[in-house]
Design a protein around this ligand. Structure first.
Ligand code: AMP
Ligand code: FES
Ligand code: ZN
Ligand code: ZN
Length: 307
């Protein structure tokens, strides 16, 4: 019989990377402890702050809002229906059901209403993948929604696997402008709330086990538009490495934060600019932010901004 490292009763879950085994009760305690450690060590937020949790309906963000609520934080969920056929319908349904059953408030928004277009109508020739455009739209509207709701911080469900795969991609292609931003807390500015990732110490696999154990509903399917995204390959490589080198993901990410990231900090842009259409912060040289420029383009305006 496999024994729980804490109470010596029968263990149900084995975590190779920590050389630990847990019974259900102590696995849940482990998850809370990792979240609490992330919140404290990166000074993410306090109990009296309003947290806007971005809830996609996937296992990570569902676990995130449930754990923070259980731990006594003040959470409001925000779900954006992206209009990706059955995938979005199912995600919205699961999020609404969870909110009804638990009493945790989750507000639902529609990209069509926010942006005026569905993401699937949006096939730009010769440009980046839809996923990347979608990511920028989500970030933009989450900022606006969270500041309208008086949020002190926007919480996302990014976990250790997500952080490692983003970091690997940035390093592979020497995306110096993003490397300094790889951190579990990004401070807010003006009306923009802080952004935080409290699940940063937990893996895909651990979160999957957590939602199953707690019977939290979640969307199993991946977004159909994400097929072929590089991050999928990065995750596969990192999972392979983890089977050969114990705890390599955590080593990679936390060593980067401590020892390498400081070298990239002075690469940050110093001049802060604001979009001349919507007024939000932008790094674009044209003075029009990404979202306003694609909006202009779709509406046939001449003011095309960065493109
Ligand atoms: P992804 O970029 O799909 O890996 O999602 C990363 C994080 O962004 C999730 O953990 C959520 O916190 C948030 N998120 C993604 N999609 C949505 C959505 N449709 N509505 C609200 N938040 C989202
Ligand atoms: Fe945005 Fe898939 S979730 S393209
Ligand atoms: Zn135990
Ligand atoms: Zn703008």
């Amino acid at each position: 019989m496999m024994k729980c490292t804490v109470c010596k009763k029968e263990a149900t879950i084995r975590l190779h990377r920590h050389k630990a085994k847990f019974c259900n009760e102590h696995f849940i305690e482990y998850v809370y402890r990792q979240v609490e450690r992330a919140i404290k060590s990166f000074k993410m937020f306090r109990k009296d702050e309003n947290l806007i949790v971005a809830v996609s309906g996937g296992k990570d963000s569902m676990a995130c809002i449930e754990v923070l609520n259980e731990m006594g934080y003040r959470v409001t969920g925000v779900h954006i229906n992206l209009g990706i056929h059955e995938f979005s319908e199912k995600s919205e349904e699961i999020v609404r059901k969870f909110s009804r059953e638990t009493g945790i408030p989750i507000k639902v928004y529609y990209l069509k209403e926010l942006f005026g277009k569905e993401i699937i109508e949006f096939k730009r020739p010769h440009t980046e993948k839809i996923c990347s455009i979608c990511g920028k739209l989500k970030r933009y509207y989450l900022n606006i929604i969270a500041s309208e709701l008086g949020g002190d911080a926007i919480v996302t469900g990014h976990n250790l696997d997500d952080a490692c795969s983003i970091l690997l991609g940035n390093l592979l292609f020497a995306q110096v402008q993003y490397l300094s931003k790889q951190y579990p807390v990004v401070e807010g500015e003006g009306e923009l709330p802080r952004k935080v990732k409290p699940l940063i110490r937990l893996t895909d696999d651990e979160l999957k086990q957590y939602v199953e154990l707690r019977k939290i509903p979640f969307v199993q399917e991946k977004c159909p538009l994400s097929k072929g995204a590089n991050t999928i390959y990065y995750k596969e490589v990192l999972n392979y490495l983890e089977t050969k080198i114990r705890s390599v993901k955590a080593e990679f990410y936390f060593n980067y934060l401590k020892k390498l990231r400081p070298y990239f900090l002075n690469e940050e842009e110093t001049e802060v600019k604001y979009c001349r259409v919507c007024g939000y912060k932008t790094s674009s040289r044209s003075g029009i932010c990404y979202v306003c420029s694609i909006k202009n383009e779709l509406e046939g305006s001449d003011d095309k901004g960065p493109y």
